[in-house]
Design a binder for this molecule. Structure first.
Ligand SMILES: C[S@@+](CC[C@H](N)C(=O)[O-])C[C@H]1O[C@@H](n2cnc3c(N)ncnc32)[C@H](O)[C@@H]1O
Length: 289
């Protein structure tokens, strides 16, 4: 099979930092690690022939390219909200893949039960308000018994970018950097295992879950669709578990701390924009000297 084309480096970098010396080696290594996780989560008797899989939040197709061999026997789809990435994929990688643009609103064009497998790598790790709508939508487009695999940020990533020590009992779905644009990585969302089991477990059975405890490790969950409809209200419903309220209060504390840290800068920039611009230029000049 001929080698697949590389995306422009700026689009590849949009989905994650890359080594300055060896960006493509780094890009491929991340893809290969994710492929090994997906492969390990597939049932023993899995055969790609005739299957339909969706890479939800495919970026510029890093993961799909890892499955070029399977694309000969299966339909491999990918969707993303980023038009330049999807435009590039449509011009360079279709065929063998089926890329399409989606919006931030949870609404896919496929019929109910269309896919056998959906994976989402580093997508729910950045999704704030619309997580339940998207989980419901992925549940809808999966066949009964279909498989959903997702990465999430747990103790390992908290050790790298979180605030203070990871306290499992005080973290549920914890959102920080809420307004950060996608062009620089999007918001950051952590999940604990108990919270995922409580909320996502209302629509899916957990086949396996690894929270990812080593620094910078991502968590990984393999789920199987439970048949029947599910509503966003049901997915979001706060349970009787006392950790739910503790986790919400903890997230509130973190958001207050973030606001206290950022507000003075925000006021400086909005009230004294010329001063801020002058400071910015002075800093750049100093860096160049
Ligand atoms: C960190 S990147 C990971 C990309 C890809 N999964 C990979 O591992 O190379 C997250 C991607 O999710 C996409 N995304 C965010 N919200 C989305 C949504 N609602 N629907 C589809 N894609 C989304 C972003 O545009 C971005 O390309």
């Amino acid at each position: 099979m001929p080698a697949l084309p590389r995306p422009p480096l700026n689009l590849a970098r949009r989905v994650g930092e890359l080594d300055a010396e060896d960006p493509w080696g780094h890009y491929d290594r991340i893809g290969a690690v994710a492929r090994s996780r997906i492969d390990a989560g597939l049932p023993d008797d899995w055969d790609w022939t005739g299957k339909r899989a969706l890479d939800f939040g495919c970026g510029v197709g890093r993961m799909l390219c890892q499955y070029a061999d399977a694309a000969e026997r299966a339909e491999l789809w990918g969707c993303d909200i980023d038009r330049p990435s999807v435009d590039w994929m449509r011009s360079e990688l279709e065929p063998p893949f089926h890329p399409f643009l989606c919006t931030e609103a949870p609404d896919l064009p496929q019929a109910d039960g269309f896919f056998d497998l959906v994976w989402a790598i580093s997508v729910f790790t950045h999704m704030t308000d619309r997580w339940s709508g998207w989980l419901r939508e992925l549940h809808r487009v999966l066949a009964d018994d279909g498989i959903l695999m997702t990465s999430f940020l747990g103790p390992g990533m908290w050790a790298t970018i979180g605030d203070g020590a990871w306290d499992e009992d005080r973290i549920g779905m914890c959102v920080v950097r809420a307004g950060q644009p996608w062009s620089i990585g999007g918001p950051t969302v952590f999940h604990s295992e108990w919270w995922l089991r409580e909320h996502w477990g209302r629509a899916f059975d957990f086949v396996s879950i690894h929270p990812g405890t080593a620094p910078s490790d991502h968590g990984w969950a393999v789920l199987r669709k439970r048949p029947g409809p599910i509503s966003t209200e049901e997915l979001e419903r706060v349970s009787e578990d006392p950790r739910e309220v503790d986790a919400l209060l903890h997230n509130l504390e973190l958001l207050h701390a973030e606001d206290r840290r950022l507000r003075p800068r925000y006021l400086r920039i909005t009230r004294f924009p010329q001063l801020s611009a002058a400071r910015w230029w002075a800093k750049r000049l100093r860096a160049k000297l």
